[in-house]
Design a protein around this ligand. Structure first.
Ligand code: MTE
Ligand code: MO
Length: 561
């Protein structure tokens, strides 16, 4: 059970600002302006359409392109099969959680960029005030909360739980979509939403003019959709939905390091921005779709989709209303349920998406290197800074007495000073950091390869997990730690860094030593490392979920996506 007052280190709930978009270098447009601008635009469009329709040319155009292309097959076989209705419901139901959790994820780093650098002031979209000029400002401090019935679950920095909802519901949404594709093409139904003639475009323009002139076309959705509808459905099903998947995968650290050439063009931030624009498409689509369903013959339209019949009986509305009761109940219950049973959400989410995350973990991260030119001018800080006396003493003495303890299931446990570490072969890499919250940055890391450490301490065959413990505490109680599969310790880009961008690793970024494992998200890159332990499993460490954030904020321990 989550107590919102103490969740995530008692971080107070705070609202962001109305969404705004940057115009030019420094000006920001509040998107609330789009409401009056949109209304004026709509009225203007209606006036223009009305004027157009009073011209003979346009009337002729509409007469030759009436709006709906009815094929002989469509006429011979009207109506909808039952699976369309069932899948339409599941799609709608799942999108409630995908969208709410998606907005929650955005709120954890409420800024969007086009380059991988995530430089404050260079974002094109934000729902948060400008980044304050504080050198140790963290991304966590930058997060905002949402109303609990909009976000899922609404609390500030609840991204761990939001991701289970988002990714878990995504898996079901994609499975539903896959079945839909198969049934669509194995039946003749695809012809409803796939245009087969170029005349779909003039017909769509014709429909648009007719709608805007408020003199609406006579249509029969039971037989065929009008061309504008067909294009909108086609784009939603065959462009927006696949793009949502691809841009989602574009944010994965494992895939981005493996498919470096792709991610060079489509950086995580471009992927995140496009992912957001796909959301905007879906939201605009939903608003227009629902409005037109209601305005163009509500009873007929609901009969078609919900009762598989033509005509204006009340049956479709009744079935639709029953389905809405289910949706609304689930909507209302989702946040309270999540706060009451966060471990259930974590477990079910992991059951759904975990196998995929596990699959991507075996990906070799070697291609994920960048060049000096790619190094980010600004690298966000994150997490909870160490504040113990012990750490302060080490820091004050320039880590003279620092020892890295390495033990557990190894043949040769070791205690290494910084000088010992510096005497080992030097590894340098320029790589990209992916914070779970959504920001990214490229930096040059210098230090010791974990491969070198493995050779030094010689893990036993029973060792399956490597746990990194921090000198710093987590946000509640106890030391920050995180467990990594041993397989990833011999990846070429897995290392302990004591240098960053050619200088000794600064305090904020983890002095004297931090982990880099480039197939994983940022929270797994333990900073201020004190010890390393090789284990058969991590059930007895901390809360037993594989890491501090896994224990306290319900993150997942496999984070390749
Ligand atoms: N000890 C410790 N390590 C930590 C954290 C923390 O809170 N404590 N935060 C993690 C998170 S969420 C991220 S994104 C990275 C941030 O590293 P940076 O501050 O160098 O950007 O450190 C990770 N390592
Ligand atoms: Mo993070």
């Amino acid at each position: 059970m989550i107590d919102p007052a103490t969740f995530a280190g008692s971080i107070p709930q705070t609202r962001g600002v109305a969404p705004r978009v940057r115009v030019g270098r420094k000006r920001w447009l509040n998107l609330l302006w789009l409401v009056p601008i949109g209304l004026v635009g709509l009225v203007t469009a209606v006036v223009i359409a009305k004027v157009l329709r009073s011209t003979q040319g346009i009337e002729h155009f509409i007469a030759t392109n009436p709006g709906t292309i009815v094929t002989p097959q469509a006429r011979a076989d009207p109506g909808f099969p039952a699976w369309v209705s069932v899948q339409h419901f599941f799609n709608l139901f799942l999108m409630i959680f995908v969208i709410r959790a998606g907005i929650q994820i955005l709120s954890d780093h409420p800024r969007l960029y086009w380059t991988r650098h995530s430089t404050p002031g260079r974002e094109w979209f934000r729902m948060q005030k400008p980044v304050p000029d504080e050198p140790l400002w963290t991304a966590k401090q930058d997060s905002i909360s949402l109303p609990g019935q909009l976000g899922l679950p609404g609390l500030r920095h609840s991204i761990g739980l939001a991701r289970w909802w988002h990714l878990g519901a995504d898996v079901l949404f994609l499975a539903n979509g896959l079945v839909f594709y198969v049934l669509l093409f194995s039946s003749g139904e695809w012809q409803r939403i796939v245009p087969t003639s170029w005349s779909v475009f003039p017909n769509a323009v014709s429909v648009l003019i007719q709608y805007l002139s408020l003199d609406w076309p006579v249509e029969d959705g039971w037989v065929a959709y009008n061309s504008l509808q067909q294009l909108a459905y086609f784009i939603t099903v065959f462009v927006a939905a696949p793009l949502a998947l691809l841009t989602g995968l574009g944010m994965s650290p494992a895939l981005s390091t493996r498919f470096k050439r792709l991610s060079k063009a489509l950086s995580i931030q471009a992927a995140r921005s496009l992912h957001f624009l796909v959301l905007v498409w879906f939201l605009v689509f939903i608003v227009i779709h629902v409005t037109l369903v209601a305005a163009t013959g509500l009873l007929e339209n609901l009969n078609h989709m919900y009762a598989l019949r033509d005509g204006d009986s009340w049956i479709g509305l009744a079935v639709f209303s029953a389905s809405m009761v289910i949706c609304i109940a689930a909507w209302v219950a989702a946040t309270p349920f999540t706060l009451r049973y966060p471990r259930v959400v974590q477990r079910v989410g992991f059951a759904l998406i975990g196998p995929v995350q596990r699959l991507f973990e075996h990906i070799d991260s070697s291609p994920g290197e960048y060049t000096e030119d790619d190094i980010s001018p600004y690298f966000w800080h994150n997490g909870r800074y160490p504040d113990s006396e012990k750490y302060q003493r080490l820091l004050d003495s320039d880590f003279r007495d620092y020892r890295l303890h390495i033990g557990g299931l190894v043949d040769d446990p070791a205690d290494l000073s910084l000088d010992d570490l510096r005497a080992l072969p030097y590894q340098e890499q320029i790589t990209q950091h992916f914070c779970i919250q959504g920001w990214s940055g490229v930096a040059k890391w210098g230090g010791v390869s974990m491969q070198t450490i493995l050779e030094l301490v010689r893990p036993r065959p029973e060792a399956k997990w490597v746990v990194f413990y921090s000198l710093g505490d987590g946000d509640e109680t106890g030391a920050y730690y995180d467990a990594h599969p041993i397989e990833q310790m011999s990846y070429r880009l897995t290392m302990l860094a004591y240098d960053m961008n050619g200088e000794p690793l600064p305090f904020g970024h983890g002095a004297p030593l931090r982990l880099r494992n480039e197939t994983q998200l940022g929270f797994k890159q333990v900073k201020w490392i004190e010890g390393i332990e090789f284990l058969a499993d991590f059930a007895d460490v901390g809360g037993g979920y594989g890491g501090y954030n896994e224990d306290h904020e319900f993150f997942g321990y496999r984070q390749s996506i």
